[in-house]
Design a protein around this ligand. Structure first.
Ligand SMILES: NC(=O)c1ccc[n+]([C@@H]2O[C@H](COP(=O)([O-])OP(=O)(O)OC[C@H]3O[C@@H](n4cnc5c(N)ncnc54)[C@H](O)[C@@H]3O)[C@@H](O)[C@H]2O)c1
Length: 313
């Protein structure tokens, strides 16, 4: 298959690219950033060399449409976006990238006359704060109450994707990660659990600047789920929650100490809670695409710390 991956130099993107190349797919990437640092961190130079890299901005309608018209892609993974803090401070620029950029991908597919399937990153930020919902798990039929510009943009993308299926027959799956963690995660509001793991590996102090619960999702599993959805042949415009393991930040600190004794002396927790409900059900996803990878949290954290330790060495 020939797959276009946007936002490919990012954390999830690097893992999606690595896994696609490992499965012998042709990969073309599109990103405003030319650095392959994250892919280099997790792959061999041979693998990096197999990727056809294009540089451009996702909100550049003409460039994106040309890329899709000429690219002969069979599938698209759309990840390019700016994250929560940027969107809250710069709603206009954030909207151009996150909403217009996503419209560019769908309209580019429509105009190419080849309705190739698209899997795109939505976000758990489409949900409002925990107290907006009851005790039970969040299912995809419940009302969205995003409390940030970023969440509103992602909810708009989901609604636009439904329209592109209804009017143009473009099938898509939007996935809603919560906090993705693992090697390569270093940007955005919820990067702190990964930055804490890196600090443990480096034996440096670090403050997790958020408190309360987070649903931690291992980046390798997340990338594999994107790819599983991409090749699932699912028709329609779907949106699914992703679920990892929910953990309170103080409990994460203790878990880090169990894995690498002495970590509680390095890691502290202080800050606000993320205003996003965290009890997501992923039953609908599993029902549609079958069993999905679920690396246990402790094992995923250990792998992450070991990776960072190898980089220190
Ligand atoms: N990481 C998480 O916990 C998380 C949670 C929910 C949703 N998501 C979504 O998953 C996707 C990937 O997230 P990530 O963690 O890999 O983020 P990231 O910041 O690591 O990667 C985003 C990539 O998009 C690129 N990009 C930004 N602006 C661009 C533009 N104008 N044109 C082209 N490329 C541009 C960046 O250069 C970067 O390589 C995003 O859509 C994000 O909203 C991530």
């Amino acid at each position: 298959m020939r797959v276009l991956v946007t936002g490919a130099q990012g954390c999830i993107g690097a893992w999606v690219v690595r896994r696609l190349v490992e499965q012998d797919h042709e990969v073309v990437t599109f990103d405003s950033n030319d650095s392959t640092a994250r892919l280099e961190m997790i792959s061999s130079p041979d693998l990096v060399a197999k990727v056809d890299r294009r540089i451009g901005r996702i909100e550049d309608t003409e460039a994106v449409k040309r890329l899709i018209a000429e690219g002969a892609f069979t599938h698209i993974v759309h990840l390019a976006a700016v994250l929560m803090p940027f969107c809250q401070k710069n709603p206009v620029a954030g909207g151009m990238i996150n909403v217009i950029g996503t419209l560019n991908i769908f309209e580019g597919v429509r105009d190419s006359g080849r309705p190739v399937p698209i899997v795109y990153a939505s976000s758990s930020a489409v949900w409002g704060p925990t107290d907006e919902y009851g005790e039970g798990p969040l299912t995809e039929d419940m009302p969205l109450k995003p409390s940030t510009h970023y969440g509103v943009f992602k909810a708009a993308n989901e609604a636009n994707a439904r329209n592109f299926y209804a009017s143009d027959g473009i099938s898509s799956i939007g996935l809603r990660p919560w906090t993705v963690f693992g090697p390569g995660r270093d940007a955005g509001l919820t990067a702190d659990p990964t930055l804490a793991m890196r600090a443990v590996a480096r034996k440096q102090p670090f403050q997790i600047r958020l408190s309360g619960h987070m649903d931690l999702q291992y980046v390798r599993d997340v990338a594999d789920i994107f790819i599983q959805c991409l090749f699932s042949g699912t028709a329609g415009a779907h949106v699914f929650n992703l679920r990892g393991e929910v953990i309170e930040m103080e409990a994460l600190r203790l878990l880090l100490d169990e894995i690498r004794p002495g970590s509680t002396e390095l890691i502290s927790v202080e800050g606000p809670e993320v205003p996003v409900a965290y009890r997501m059900s992923d039953e609908a996803l599993v029902k549609t695409v079958g069993a999905i990878p679920r690396t246990p949290l402790r094992e995923a954290i250990l792998e992450t710390i070991q990776k960072f330790e190898s980089l220190v060495d």
